[in-house]
Design a protein around this ligand. Structure first.
Ligand code: NAD
Length: 277
């Protein structure tokens, strides 16, 4: 059931790769809430072909763009402005990738070329996107830009590797561009810090299954699903959250504020006992 939260609104959604992608769910729910959308991903991701099914379902235009390429972002924004017939209202940045993680390199053995790419793809691209939108004055007043983050920006999670640094940078860009965009155009900029979620990017992280299970047991409300994340993102695109900006908003069932839960402690003790016997 929809609430018409995005009736008359238009926006660009980055990062839908397959049905598991958080961005995929955001596109479906934004559409259900009445939005008109443009979908974008890299030319390589588009060649994999699955995005067309989502585009059909959401009656969305698909435009290829690599988020690290400023010229590509400029043409994407120009094309979107043409397609929508003017300014638009929201953008989702759901982009993350680490070659160091893919290649199994640990944090004390990083390849610096790959590290730079991680930061460029997963964080600096957010600045490039915001700067392009701002320069072109592409967003309506009270527009909203959302990026997706993870609690490893604040705390150490060994398997998250150089992505942790990228998320810290992403959240810093959110604060600093949030100031500029709010001051100049009354546009909101926030990140949503999401629970571990079974997606292509998520399951690439070392020890992801264990982390998923641990977070599920530690969080009083359990892990948040991709669909629940999408619902939250849509509220941030809506007019109900106009004065929320420059924030990193935890959407994690309470995980980030927990220290220890009974469920985790019981399991830990049982493992301990089993080791002793
Ligand atoms: N899955 C999780 O556990 C989890 C938890 C917290 C935050 N996040 C964040 O959510 C976001 C979306 O990831 P997801 O989990 O849905 O995984 P996903 O693999 O479905 O999405 C990642 C997307 O990034 C895109 N991408 C990679 N390089 C790009 C580039 N140069 N230009 C444009 N797009 C590019 C990929 O094509 C893909 O669509 C990421 O920022 C991720 O870090 C994920």
């Amino acid at each position: 059931m929809g609430y018409n939260l995005l009736k008359g609104k238009k926006g660009i959604i980055f990062g839908a790769l397959n049905e598991q992608s958080i961005a995929w769910k955001v596109a479906q729910i934004a559409r259900r809430e009445g939005a008109e959308i443009v979908l974008t991903n890299t030319p390589l991701a588009l060649r994999m072909g699955t995005l067309n099914a989502l585009a059909e379902e959401c009656q969305a235009k698909v435009i290829a763009a690599d988020a690290t390429d400023v010229e590509g972002l400029e043409s994407l924004v120009d094309e979107a402005l043409g397609h929508f017939g003017g300014k638009f209202d929201f953008v989702l940045h759901a982009i993350g990738m680490s070659l160091n993680i893919r290649k199994g390199r640990t944090y004390e053995n990083l390849d610096y070329g790959m590290y730079a790419k991680t930061l460029d793809i997963s964080a600096m691209s957010f600045h490039k996107l915001l700067q392009t939108l701002h320069r072109k004055d592409a967003l309506n007043e009270w527009g909203s830009v959302v990026g997706l983050s993870y609690v490893a920006a604040q705390r150490s999670f060994f398997g998250y590797n150089d992505m942790a640094d990228a998320k810290s940078l992403l959240e810093s860009i959110t604060r600093n561009f949030g100031y500029v965009y709010g001051r100049d155009r009354r546009v909101r900029v926030n990140t949503v810090s999401q629970s571990p979620t079974m997606t292509t990017a998520g399951s690439g992280v070392q020890g992801f299954d264990g982390l998923f299970d641990f977070a599920e047991r530690l969080s009083p409300l359990g892990n948040a699903s991709a669909e629940e994340c999408a619902n939250f993102c849509v509220t941030l695109f809506s007019d109900l959250t106009r004065k929320v900006t420059m924030q990193n908003l935890f959407h994690d069932g309470g995980f980030s504020t927990m220290g220890m839960s009974e469920q985790v402690m019981e399991l830990y003790q049982a493992g301990h006992e089993a080791k002793k016997s």
